[in-house]
Write a protein that binds this ligand. Structure first.
Ligand code: PLP
Length: 458
């Protein structure tokens, strides 16, 4: 398929300042009618009219380049005709199936089993839960407790695993949790190999990975670490919301090996980084490590809500109805997901994401050298982060400058989100079908916006 036919290649196309009058009306109405937790439109204030590929038309007919990709859901872009055709076909025949088998469901399960990483490939069981990533996390928590008959969980600093009670307990951001404590007990956070801000003050990425993994082993080995043997350890092989953090390849492998040594089920959360995003089908493939349980969602449903866990067959020790929910296994999402896996394989999307990602990273790294406020550019495939700081020497994070850059990009027609420990990382998560031309235009706008903001503070 020609990717340039999926998007509006002339984007961005901005008429005046944004938001325009029609977007403003919808945004005002939303404030009036919906509750305060609405968040994305506060950062990127537009109302959507149409999405096509890696571009979005707003209510005033401005066209934006979408570097946000529905928070990673839209790997194949908005309204991909390849997916739409399958969706329309299934919708004419069936609407809702709970967890009864159907041709489309079984087709998807078989396709997932064939693409799983490491020891999971063709040696796993799949369980669909409720349609969000958080629900997959809840189900992994339950399964690991049943397997081990233990309770505690080890998660990593910078982790994001969702907002339901169990998933929130494993999410590290204090802002999200502070009003809801106590959540599930006995959750412990250990350092992730975030080499730019390594808590062990190491100099290189490999040293940070070694030190962080050794510390993980230390808390398991030392009888006085205070951490009783947990039911599971959960890790994002490449962290998303934590700031697009790519640890050195040895890190995830060592965490998996140590977990195996201490007989602790290791869960890889591939909800954001999975499905070709980082240049491999799953982000753990960069390290060659294998999980016992893996959580998947976002791009799994080809743009529709769907989540699941995959785990080794011998861990299938739970009983009927151990994790249920009305919307587990939405059939429309399954049709879209099935078509989406075909599309990824037929178009070798992992390789495309890898090559385009390398090209963009190269471009951004050049600008990193010339800028006084770009602390670090990092990423794998089309999961890229730019960490913004007040000062490169002190590495003092600047959420304020990062927000100004995001706003500047928005005015120029590029939608991008912010994440990271200090809310100071510009996070690129474009649809993987974005063309080189659009991606390059978006990156040029990003570089220009960084330069503009930097010149304003000089
Ligand atoms: C790695 C990871 N895990 C879990 C979740 C939670 O998924 P959801 O928002 O669909 O509940 C997210 C969402 O951003 C995520 O990035």
């Amino acid at each position: 398929m020609r990717f340039d036919e999926l998007s509006y290649e002339e984007a961005p196309l901005i008429r005046g300042t944004v938001p325009g009058p029609k977007s403003k009306d919808f945004l005002d109405l939303q404030v009036k009618l919906e509750g305060r937790p609405v968040s994305y439109p506060k950062g990127s204030p537009i109302a959507f009219k149409r999405g096509f590929g890696a571009t979005i038309q707003d209510a005033d007919n401005n066209v934006f380049i979408d570097f946000f990709g529905g928070a990673g859901v839209l790997a194949l872009g908005h309204c991909n005709p390849y997916i739409d055709e399958k969706v329309r076909e299934v919708q004419q025949n069936i609407t809702h199936t709970l967890d009864f088998p159907s041709e489309i469901r079984m087709e998807l399960v078989e396709k997932i089993l064939n693409i799983l990483p490491g020891n999971l490939r063709s040696n796993s069981k799949i369980v669909f839960g409720g349609p969000t990533g958080s629900d997959a996390i809840e189900s992994a928590i339950k399964l690991s407790k049943i397997i081990t008959k233990r309770h505690g969980i080890i998660a990593f600093e910078g982790a994001y695993h969702g907002m339901t009670s169990g998933a929130l307990a494993l999410t590290s951001g204090k802002f999200w949790k502070k009003n809801y404590l106590p959540l599930i007990p006995e959750v412990h956070f250990v350092p992730y190999a975030y080499s730019y801000r390594c808590p062990f003050k190491t100099k290189t990425a490999v040293e940070c990975a070694e030190a962080s993994a050794s510390y993980y082993e230390h808390v398991l080995e030392d009888p006085h670490s205070g951490i009783v043997d947990p039911a599971m350890t959960i890790i994002e092989p490449i962290q998303g919301e934590g700031g697009s953090i790519v640890p050195h390849n040895i890190f995830v492998k060592r965490i998996a090996d140590i977990s195996n040594k201490y007989e602790i089920p290791i869960v890889f959360d591939e909800i954001q980084a999975g499905f070709c995003r980082t240049g491999k089908f799953f982000s753990s493939e960069h390290s060659g490590a294998s999980p016992d349980i893996m959580t998947i969602s976002k791009a799994l449903g080809g743009g529709f809500p769907l989540s699941a866990i995959a785990y080794r067959q011998d861990l299938d020790v739970w009983s009927k109805a151990a994790h249920i929910g009305t919307f587990r296994g939405n059939v429309t999402a399954m049709a879209a997901g099935s078509a989406s896996i075909d599309f990824m394989l037929e178009n070798n999307l992992a390789k495309y994401a890898e090559e385009l990602g390398n090209y963009l990273l190269n471009k951004l790294e050049k600008s990193e050298k010339n800028s006084g406020i770009v602390g670090e550019v990092r990423g794998k495939g089309l999961m890229i982060g730019i960490e913004i700081v007040e000062d490169k020497e002190t590495k003092k994070p600047s959420s304020e400058l990062c927000t100004r850059i995001r706003d500047e990009m928005f005015q120029k027609g590029v939608i991008i989100e912010i994440g990271g420990h200090y809310n100071n990382v510009l996070r690129f998560l474009p649809p993987l079908i974005i063309t080189k031309k659009l991606a390059e235009t978006g990156v040029d706008i990003c570089i220009e916006s960084i330069e503009k903001v930097e010149s304003e503070i000089a």
